[in-house]
Design a protein around this ligand. Structure first.
Ligand code: GLP
Length: 258
């Protein structure tokens, strides 16, 4: 895993946007795996700014990690709303090419299987952007998720419901069930970028990058992937034991690899 520490959250978001923008510029029909959450807000702000500077998403296809079950797309807490508000309303990515799981589906297994088939039909995900939960989850793959899991229904932990309470006007209103790409689905992406900002993520980041690969920390499965970049700010990186080494590796990265 490549580990890159940046001075602050804004720099994390800029670097993540650089990676997405470079891919889209080089391959206008790239397939992006997109994420939601506070961490992503600054990344999308940067991408919208770059769209203003000429970056086009017209031929891009995107697949979002997850969605709440039973929540209508127009609900302000839905990830459909999040994506519209922070990215899709502001760039030229056609709505039909931005796939988000249907939280109102009457047939959960069929919706999850269709989602997997659509990713495969698009040729797989070129770049998957990920945040990390305080408990080490990626997407909504909570601790104990199978590391081979595919897109499916999951039950949120109390910790995650608390973390996401604001969007629903209180913890009691947060749905218990969600649909999420599986850990195995995420590992199929050709490249992954894991973003972490703030002290609240420090323990999860250390466990994911330096701990054992375990279903108790779903993000640790990324250690099995050949092309992962973790971008963390100083606070989120504060519990990494090998921090000096990561800085040395990044500073000495050969130009041809950049
Ligand atoms: C949610 C999302 C994850 C995200 C995580 C962290 O649970 N399903 O994809 O990574 O929250 O969110 P935040 O960036 O708000 O801390």
């Amino acid at each position: 895993m490549e580990i890159v520490v940046q001075p602050d959250g804004a720099a994390v978001c800029r670097l993540a946007a650089d990676l997405v923008a470079a891919l889209v510029a080089a391959r206008p029909s790239a397939v992006l795996g997109l994420a939601t959450g506070h961490t992503m807000v600054g990344v999308y702000e940067e991408l919208v700014r770059r769209h203003g500077g000429g970056l086009s998403f017209r031929a891009v296809r995107s697949f979002n990690l997850d969605e709440y079950l039973g929540v209508p797309p127009e609900h302000p807490g839905s990830f459909h709303s999040f994506m519209a508000m922070h990215l899709l309303r502001h760039v030229d990515l056609p709505p039909a090419q931005a796939r988000i799981l249907d939280g109102l589906t009457a047939d959960v297994p069929a919706e999850c299987e269709a989602f997997e088939r659509e990713i495969a039909a698009a040729g797989g995900i070129d770049l998957q952007v990920l945040g990390i939960g305080g408990d080490g989850h990626i997407g909504f793959n909570e601790p104990s998720s199978s590391l081979a899991s595919r897109t499916r229904i999951k039950t949120l932990t109390a910790q995650t419901r608390t973390a996401n309470a604001a969007a629903f006007g209180g913890e009691g209103q947060v749905p218990r069930h969600v649909l999420t790409m599986g850990v195995g689905t995420i590992l199929d992406a050709r490249r992954c970028v894991l973003l972490a900002i703030g002290e609240r993520k420090a323990a999860a980041v250390a466990a994911a990058a330096e701990g054992a690969v375990t279903a108790m920390v779903p993000a640790s499965a990324l250690q099995l992937h050949p092309a992962v970049t973790l971008i963390a700010d100083e606070a989120a990186a504060s519990r990494l034991a090998r921090r000096a080494y990561y800085d040395e590796v990044y500073a000495g990265k050969p130009e041809w690899q950049r």
